[in-house]
Design a binder for this molecule. Structure first.
Ligand SMILES: [Ca+2]
Length: 467
């Protein structure tokens, strides 16, 4: 009797341990499920959004920083474990750095064959020729060119994930090696297999946000161009990859058509790989994307740029960094695009954003003579009194160009008509030098001191974008 009670107790303890381990393995915990046309506005970790177009489950990755790339120590450790592999192979993963991303949604699974076929049916596209193991509905689609993967994402109202989004979704914040942690476990990833496997077949391989098959199964196209040295000076906020990859020409098989080829990023390694370091979260791959140099679309039947082991998953588009928003804001002020200025202010761009020469939106609007933009900026409380790096204020710029309407608005809103820039110039001197008679008269009538100074040799000018 006592022995039996002991066995029952042992079983109870074991069950508890198993349930604790299971809970620890389940990422995010139970979340809400959204079936909305647009991504839910207030999401949190563990929530699921059903992609309206194809019904795919998406998980939420909250905003914040994560460790991207690999430290020297991590790369030494990989090389030590794999004596046949040179540490140089992993040089493109350096350095490990903190990267901040806006919150985003990403597919829990790779896009499946069935989902891709549905997309082809609805859009009149052709499914690629199958790999030798044939198409299986719940396997990841492979053999799709990057442009086809991007077209699928656009059809779904989404995007391919940026390389940074992909890596954060795979490894969470702590710089781990694999989606589940730092210890390699072959049972948690589809690698060393002759074919792809059903998506989500390795539930214990889930990432901290619940993404599956981030290690192995299909390798996955990302949005970014691939450059080996990109990490060296990549932005720290919402990076989207270099402007282009390195292009080169290759000759077609029949030696009549040449193609340009450049690499896009593909991530996660694949079922064809056999070494654990090939499916690490920080491992980068560049896979060739081919195009006809004359701009003609690549023949859809062409095999170039298709790979038996490369598929994809989708994500919501990466947020813009503060710098990008500020640039667009200043550009809109320069262009006189009042609607865009209002929209960007609504998105939280800084009203006092400046470019590298300390030029502000009121300065650009004043130089270009955009009264509506200037009024909008003033209504939001924009500063029109401080100057740029040369000490030049909006009224000085407006006076130089002879924009009497702008000068009037500025003066009525408290601009200092006697402000001097670092060359000793005032609005009046600038207006005189350009023979802007209306402005000269207006300034003199509104408190400008007419000092007996020589007409300046240099006059201010603004061009946008500023170099
Ligand atoms: Ca994968």
């Amino acid at each position: 009797m006592r022995a039996r009670r002991g066995v029952l107790l042992a079983i109870a303890v074991m069950l508890q341990v198993v349930s604790v381990l299971w809970a620890a393995d389940k990422p995010g915990g139970a979340g809400r499920v959204f079936r909305t046309a647009q991504p839910p506005a207030s999401a949190q970790r563990g929530d699921i959004w059903i992609s309206p177009k194809d019904g795919a489950e998406m998980v939420y990755v909250p905003a914040g920083e994560f460790i991207m790339g690999s430290s020297d120590e991590q790369i030494r450790a990989i090389a030590d474990r794999s004596p046949d592999v040179s540490a140089n192979r992993f040089a493109d993963q350096k350095p490990a750095r903190s990267v901040s991303l806006d919150g985003f949604w990403i597919y829990k699974h790779e896009v499946t064959v069935a989902e891709y076929q549905q997309f082809c049916k609805q859009t009149g596209r052709t499914t690629p020729d199958p790999p030798i193991w044939g198409w299986k509905d719940d396997h990841p689609i492979v053999r799709v060119a990057w442009s086809e993967a991007a077209a699928y994402a656009a059809w779904a109202g989404l995007s391919l994930p940026t390389e940074a989004q992909w890596e954060k979704a795979a490894r969470g914040g702590d710089g781990r090696c694999y989606p589940w942690g730092n210890e390699w476990d072959v049972k948690r990833a589809v690698i060393g297999s002759p074919t792809t496997q059903s998506v989500g077949s390795r539930q214990l391989g889930a990432s901290p946000y619940g993404c599956l098959d981030m290690a192995g199964n299909a390798c996955e196209w990302c949005l970014d161009w691939y450059r080996e040295d990109y990490y060296a000076d990549a932005p720290g906020v919402n990076p989207k990859g270099p402007q282009t990859g390195d292009w080169s020409f290759v000759l077609g098989k029949d030696s009549t058509v040449s193609y340009t080829v450049a690499d896009k990023v593909a991530r996660g390694g694949s079922f064809q790989r056999s070494a654990p370091h090939d499916v690490r979260c920080d491992r980068r791959y560049g896979r060739g994307v081919y195009a006809r140099p004359d701009g003609a679309a690549l023949d859809p039947a062409a095999s170039r740029g298709r790979y038996d082991d490369v598929g994809f998953r989708c994500a919501t588009a990466a947020g813009e960094s503060k710098d990008e928003l500020a640039f667009r804001f200043l550009q809109a002020a320069y262009d006189g695009d009042t609607k865009e200025v209002a929209r960007l202010l609504g998105e939280g761009v800084a009203l006092d954003a400046r470019d590298k020469h300390e030029l502000s939106a009121p300065m650009f609007a004043s130089w270009q003579g955009h009264a509506d933009v200037l009024r909008l900026l003033l209504a939001r409380g924009a500063d029109i009194r401080s100057g740029d790096e040369r000490g030049r204020t909006p009224v000085l710029y407006a006076a130089t160009r002879g924009h009497i309407g702008i000068v009037t608005i500025l003066v009525e809103n408290g601009a200092d008509v006697n402000a001097r820039d670092k060359d000793g110039m005032t609005a009046l001197l600038c207006a005189k030098s350009r023979k802007q008679k209306d402005v000269v008269a207006y300034l003199l009538a509104h408190g400008a001191r007419d000092e007996d100074l020589p007409v300046p040799a240099t006059i201010p000018a603004i061009v946008f974008p500023t170099d």
